[in-house]
Design a binder for this molecule. Structure first.
Ligand code: SF4
Length: 361
């Protein structure tokens, strides 16, 4: 609930992919992870975490992979540095270690160091790690006072797996474990599934991109304006407006400033890519939402048009209204828009308003 509340606040968080490696072989893996996938030195990530200051730090630091807990010492070291400056930390794991009877000591130390622990679970994960093992680990952590949640992926609102697993989690944890239920995306190994189930063309409307708010650090240290996996993997040429820097060179304050000030990112957050392409570039044809975004920096008319657009006082006013509307809409709205709508209310399980984190903005 806390993370989703700030999901559309530009620069409120940074998401860091610590390694592409993972010992599981899930058939839908968005990062196409293997045990010999790319992994960069811990020092590069620590250097970036050490640029956080008390005055300038992300409110939330989200760590994932691949499997982030293959690097437990790095998770712990980043969490300790981030907390010392005032950030809250979160790690997402596929729970590869749940296949063993005990949580390895180094992994447990990493989990203890973060503020929130989240586990991925879906029908593909269950082929690798049985749900009983996941539940056992979550019980152990909850009993020791850890805040935990689940990130569940399904094929859509009618997927019987989602009805089954959400019911099982609610019973097992007495409605105390929140769940974010998201649809399978057409990236990584899941692309093949989508090729067999094509969607339909969408009309052009102003549709702000709430995912363009939190910078994402890729496995190689490159920072992009969103977590689009195709962009981060270089499967599409990196659009100039999505490149925010590199953690080997740039500090958090610089990355945040670029996030807040980039004219194209401001316009994408306020109007969405298809609306910009249609209004400033003469149409976006039948291209999809992110596919249109990829082309924005290349179209000769759009860049100057966007610069002029975001310089107008009326656009600044609209931008503020859109930002406020997205925040005011609340976590449930985000869970409905980007998750599977019928399961959106599950993000609130176990949450009481007085638990809201204090926010300095
Ligand atoms: S529209 Fe652009 S900024 Fe938003 S998620 Fe897609 S690629 Fe990223």
């Amino acid at each position: 609930m806390e993370f989703l509340k700030y999901r559309s606040v530009p620069g409120a968080a940074v998401s860091i992919g610590l390694t592409r490696r993972c010992p599981l072989h899930c058939r839908h893996c968005s990062t196409e992870s293997l045990m010999d996938s790319e992994e960069y030195p811990a020092r590069m990530f620590l250097r970036f975490a050490e640029t956080f200051t008390v005055e300038s730090h992300p409110k939330f630091v989200l760590m994932s992979g691949g499997e982030a807990l293959l690097r437990p010492a790095l998770v712990r070291d980043i969490a300790e540095r981030a907390r010392a400056k005032g950030s809250y930390t979160h790690v997402l794991s596929g729970l590869f270690f749940a296949r063993k009877p005990r949580i390895p000591r180094s992994v447990r130390a990493a989990i203890d160091a973060v503020d929130h622990f989240s586990a991925s679970l879906d029908c593909f994960h269950e082929e690798e790690v049985p749900r009983e093992a996941v539940f056992r680990v979550l019980h152990e952590l909850i009993d020791d006072g850890k805040d935990v949640s689940l990130q569940l992926t399904g094929l859509g609102p009618d997927d019987p797996y989602l009805a089954d697993i959400t019911g099982a989690v609610r019973r097992e944890f007495d409605d105390q474990v929140p769940m974010l239920v998201i649809p399978l995306a057409s990236v990584g190994r899941a692309r093949e599934w989508f090729a067999r189930h094509p969607g339909t063309a969408q009309p052009v409307t102003a549709e702000p991109c709430a995912l363009a708010s939190w910078p994402v650090v890729g496995f190689n240290g490159q920072v992009t304006g969103c977590g689009n996996q195709d962009v981060m993997d270089g499967k599409v040429p990196l659009p100039a407006h999505l490149y925010l820097g590199h953690i080997a060179r740039d500090d958090w304050a610089t990355i945040k400033q670029r996030t807040l000030e980039s004219p194209m990112m401001r316009a994408v957050r306020t109007f969405g890519p298809r609306y910009l392409a249609d209004g400033l570039g003469g149409g976006c044809g039948s291209a999809g939402y992110c596919d249109t975004c990829y082309t924005l920096s290349k179209a000769p008319d759009i860049r100057p048009g966007v610069r002029e657009l975001v310089g107008k006082p009326s656009t600044v006013a609209v931008e503020e209204l859109v930002n406020r509307a997205l925040v005011d809409a609340g976590p449930m709205s985000f869970a409905r828009s980007f998750g599977v709508p019928g399961y959106a209310d599950l993000v609130a399980l176990g949450h009481t308003p007085q638990e809201d984190l204090a926010c300095a903005g």
